[in-house]
Every structure is written in C-alpha cells, then in structure tokens.
Design a binder for this molecule. Structure first.
Ligand code: ACO
Length: 349
C-alpha cells in the first residue's frame, strides 16, 4: 500500500498588512495587550471585494500544483477546509474546480475550523492509500476580515484573526523514508458553544445559546437571520478565551505524543513541529511541555495572526521555503480548535 507524500505546497496571503496599531482606529486596544496575550504583531486582510476565500485558495493551489510538476487538469480530487466560505452553500471546493478549469472531479468541503486542514489531509491520505486517487489538492483558506466585530465589543476575538490560504498536492509514494506515517483525529462536542458562530444557523436556541440569538422578530421560514440578531451583533463569532486556552494546552501535546508513540518516536526525534497558529502563548506552552527547542517548532502567527484552517499549510509552506524542512525530516502537524476538534499528522518529508 502506498503512503501519501506532499508533492507540492503553496501559500498566498493578501498584500494588505494590518498592524496592531492600525486596529486602534476601530476599537479600544493596544499593541502591547495584543502582543503580550497572543504574540501577534500584524496580520493580512484580503481586499474587500477582489479577494475571497476561494480566490486566495486558487493562488495557493496554483503554486502547489506547479511545484508538484502537474497541471490543474491532473488533479483528481479537491478537499477544501474553511470556516469562512464564499457562500453558505455550495462550498468552496466547487468554486476552485470552476476557477481552475479542472475536470468534473469530486470536491469535498471540510468544516473543522482550526483543525480543518489536518482533518482534510487525513481524508486525502486515506484516498491515496486506498489507491482511489493519485493527485489530491488539499486546501485551507480563510477570509476572516469580512465577518468579525471590529468594535471594542468584539476585540477579544477580532484582534486574533487574519486572512490567507495554503494548499498541498498529495501523491502516492513507495519510498521507505517519505510520506504521511499516520493521522489522528479527535473531537469533544461538550464544549461546542465555547468557540462558535451561532448565527446564521437552524439552532433556534435549542442548545441554550439564547444570549447569542434572537428569533423574536422572525417568522417561520425567516428564522435564519433576524433584524434583532444584527442589531445585537449576534452574527459574530463567540469565544471564551480562557476556556479554549485550558483545553488547547492539554489536547495539543496529547495528540502530538499520540502521533509520535504510534510510530515509535519521541519528541526529541522531531525535526519540526508545525502547530496550528492559534496563539503564540499556546504554542510556547506546548513546546515547553514537550521539551522541544526553538529550532523544533515553527511559528509565524506574529505576522499573519490566526488564519484558522489556513494556518498549518501556510506555516508548513513558509518553513519549507526557508529551508527548515529537508527530505527525510520527521515533521508533525498539529491543530486544535472549535468543536472542540483536534488532530495531528506525522510525516517524513
Ligand atoms: N485589547 C484590549 N483589551 C482587551 C482585548 C483587546 N483586544 N480583548 C479583551 N480585552 C480585555 C477584556 O475586556 C478584559 O478586560 P476587563 O478585565 O476589564 O474585563 C481583559 O482584557 C481580559 O479579558 P479576557 O477575555 O479574560 O482576556 P484574556 O486575558 O483571557 O486574553 C485571549 C484573551 C488572548 C483570547 C486568551 O484568553 C487566550 O489566549 N485564549 C486562548 C484562545 C485563543 O488563543 N484562541 C485563538 C483562536 S481559537 C483557536 O485557534 C483554537
């Protein structure tokens, strides 16, 4: 049975840099507060109308496909992870298929937020291992700047996120010292509402999220989005930051150790850990807990903020472009996010 290897990787971030100080025009915050709590200095924001989650994905995909030495017409499956799709439906996968003039291949959309890319990679890995597909395009892309509360009310969330996209092409390999060794997926829905965007949705307050949705002025058939919801800013993401922190610092190390022990490795064997860029403090906590050196962990949240499903492929691509990953290196990708869901992938580059 073949393993899957990353045959090509690409990333795209919008040109527009938004520093912490740039945010002061919208909200009461400070560069000091943001850097101290999150490590973020700046992030990229997509052009309001010319760039979408899909167009950024296409730019990243073009690079990944070219580096894999193939053309868009060679791709036989698309897996697209995002929480900020161009449309509520259909998903972004078909928009990539259209924009890149691909054949009438399957296009799957993955909704696992910060863990989305690692989940998507795991799905692609299974299709390669089974022999079903030979060239799979796996994408993580987000346009967060479009849907956050940039008033002081939403500052605990909006200062964290940025826009961008990353993509890889998976292909089969029979090389002993190459490819994805294993992937590990987990979830715990107990905390589903701790990091979530409730509206628009069909929940109708069923789960007790009444503080975040008002259906009073909505009629049957028109409950998706109400005027009250918009007036009360209930159409923005909610996050209980400290609760997320507590869970993340337990589950990140757990899923990394799971990947390593499954394959007979220990943390010191790792050449590079690419953690989802949730927050620099979380990544530093994980590094310390696993006893990893600075050289063993790659972080770039300082410059891009948290790009959710795009953060792992962007960090992986940047690390590779900087020459930090060489053939045969042991690399671990790990993510934790809304759901909660968490996941890891261990691979030999
Ligand atoms: N600027 C200035 N002050 C702020 C800001 C801001 N952007 N945001 C919140 N504050 C204020 C609050 O109003 C509050 O003030 P008060 O004490 O007068 O009421 C104070 O700062 C502390 O607020 P908390 O929400 O408790 O902030 P906390 O110290 O927990 O830091 C943070 C928030 C950085 C989000 C932290 O909880 C954290 O690191 N959480 C981990 C979750 C995370 O990083 N999520 C990333 C996205 S999710 C993911 O990718 C998994």
């Amino acid at each position: 049975m073949p393993r899957s290897k990353i045959a090509g990787i690409g990333m795209y971030v919008p040109e527009k840099i938004i520093t912490n100080n740039d945010l002061l025009q919208y909200m009461d915050t400070s560069d000091e507060w943001i850097q101290e709590r999150t490590g973020i200095k700046e992030r990229r924001f997509a052009h309001r109308t010319n760039e979408t989650t899909t167009t950024m994905a296409v730019e990243a995909a073009k690079i990944a496909i070219e580096r894999a030495g193939i053309t868009p017409q060679d791709i036989d499956f698309i897996i697209f992870a995002t929480l900020s799709p161009d449309y509520y439906f259909p998903g972004c996968g078909v928009l990539v298929q259209r924009a890149m003039q691909m054949k009438e291949i399957g296009a799957l959309d993955v909704r696992n937020q910060c863990s989305g890319f690692v989940y998507a990679l795991s799905v692609g890995d299974q299709f390669i291992r089974s022999g079903m597909y030979k060239n799979i395009l796996v994408i993580g892309s987000e346009k967060h700047s479009f849907g956050l509360d940039f008033s002081t009310r939403g500052r605990n969330v909006s200062v964290i996120f940025g826009d961008g996209a990353g993509a890889v092409v998976l292909q089969p390999t029979h090389e002993e010292n190459q490819g994805i060794l294993s992937t590990h997926l987990h979830s715990d829905g107990e905390a589903a509402e701790i990091l979530a965007m409730y509206n628009p949705g069909t929940h109708a307050n069923h789960w007790g999220t009444h503080n975040y949705a008002s259906f009073d002025d909505a009629e049957i058939g028109n409950m998706f989005m109400s005027h009250t919801m918009i007036d009360n800013a209930q159409n923005f993401p909610f996050m209980d930051g400290p609760a997320v922190f507590k869970k993340a610092v337990v589950k990140f190390p757990e899923v990394i150790i799971e990947a390593l022990t499954t394959n007979g490795y220990k943390p010191s064997d790792l050449q590079l850990l690419i953690p989802h860029q949730a927050n620099l403090r979380i990544a530093q906590f994980v590094q310390q807990k696993l006893g990893l050196t600075d050289e063993q962990v790659y972080n770039n949240i300082q410059h891009y903020g948290n790009t959710t499903a795009a953060s792992v492929p962007i960090a992986l691509c940047e690390a590779w472009e900087k020459g930090k990953i060489k053939n045969g290196d042991l690399v671990c990708l790990a993510a934790f996010g809304s759901g909660f869901t968490w996941a890891s992938a261990l691979l030999k580059w």
